[in-house]
Ligand binder design. Structure first.
Ligand code: NCD
Ligand code: ZN
Length: 345
């Protein structure tokens, strides 16, 4: 197969940043995807409808001319201990906000305003359940006593399973799942529970963080896991199951912020997002399953129409650039200086 044509995909989990950084990274996503669920972890976080709508306007203004009408940002609100139920009503009425993101306080980049105790959010979650506003979760506990590789599993047991029980009608996306435990949990959970899977967790296991030395560009959260977990993710992504769909979690940080004594978490993958997924699916001999994962399952879950246009991927070797411009700084992409064998036409 030399060309693979698929319905244009959507990215159901994306960090676009703001200002000059937004202008630097948005074109890569807009070129490939029709829509993206845009994460609200700016500084300060996007906690109100007004902030989300203003951010949406900035994203639309930053779109390249040729994608002005071709790309739609799907906005999210950042859940805090104090998000009032009335804000959910307003979010739903805006038509522009498609999810509310739960970051356990301190779990990841810019998450210090996150939720300290989910019980404080019960009234808000109740309205979300009633109004059919999806909850998007960063599924890791932040308890420093829990090993960093176990934080997703412990989150399932301590937080997510009880949450699903308490709010049986709440639609939940378990974002960027990284473990076999998470895959199993989502599979056996009721139909309103789904998950996104990143390309990097399909392609890499935790050895990549320590390959001949410490590799800051392979550090993200949730952190890469063992090979058995990568295999479980691959099986979920390529199995045709509608609960699993594409979410890149492309999370750009400057080279200086990554290559530091305390480097930031996040991999930039938007430069070659669909190509990276195609590489993973091809390795699993499942290219025929890419379209549903990338273009159908997420739209169906979010109750949005599937896209009508298509993109084509050519079997063609190209070398990922060493770096991209990122405002006045550099951005090192995943697989910098490495040959990829698929390329979007
Ligand atoms: C994300 C970021 O940098 O915003 N980092 C990451 O490693 N994925 C935050 C997140 O999604 O956890
Ligand atoms: Zn993320």
């Amino acid at each position: 197969m030399n060309t693979l044509t698929i319905t244009r995909p959507d990215d159901w989990h994306l960090h676009l940043r703001d200002g000059e950084q937004l202008r630097a990274v948005l074109p890569y996503t807009a070129k490939q995807f029709a829509r993206a669920i845009v994460m609200p972890n700016l500084r300060p976080p996007v906690v109100t409808v007004d902030m989300a709508l203003a951010y949406r306007d900035r994203i639309l203004a930053a779109l390249p001319e040729d994608r002005k009408s071709g790309f739609e940002p799907l906005m999210t609100l950042y859940l805090t201990d104090n998000t009032p139920p009335s804000e959910i009503v307003r979010a739903k009425e805006s038509g522009a906000i498609h999810g509310v993101k739960l970051y356990p306080a301190g779990a990841t980049t810019n998450s210090d305003a996150g939720v300290t105790d989910l019980a404080k959010c019960y009234a808000t979650l109740e309205i979300m359940e009633k109004m059919d506003m999806p909850l998007l979760v960063h599924g890791e506990v932040t308890d420093p006593g829990i090993d960093v590789f176990d934080r997703e599993k412990v989150f399932i047991d301590r937080i997510l399973a009880p949450l699903v029980q308490r709010f049986p009608g709440l639609r939940i996306v378990f974002e960027h799942v990284t473990t076999r435990d998470a895959v199993q949990f989502v599979r056996q959970a009721p139909h309103q529970i789904a998950a996104t899977i990143t390309a990097h967790h399909l392609l890499l296991n935790r050895n990549a963080i320590f390959q001949g030395g410490i590799r800051p560009h392979h550090y993200c959260l949730p952190v890469l896991k063992r090979e058995v977990h990568r295999q479980a993710l691959l099986e979920a992504a390529t199995g045709g199951e509608s609960k699993f769909f594409l979410g890149t979690d492309s999370a750009p940080h400057s080279q200086a912020a990554k290559e530091s004594s305390c480097g930031c978490a996040g991999m930039f993958t938007a430069h070659a997002a669909i190509e990276l997924y195609a590489t993973a699916f091809e390795q699993a001999d499942a290219l025929d399953k890419l379209e549903a994962f990338a273009s159908f399952h997420g739209a169906d879950f979010y109750r949005l129409p599937r896209n009508r246009d298509t993109i084509a991927l050519n079997k063609e070797n190209w070398i990922v650039p060493q770096q991209y411009e990122f405002a006045a700084e550099n951005l090192i992409p995943l697989y910098a200086n490495t040959v990829l064998s698929w390329r979007m036409a």
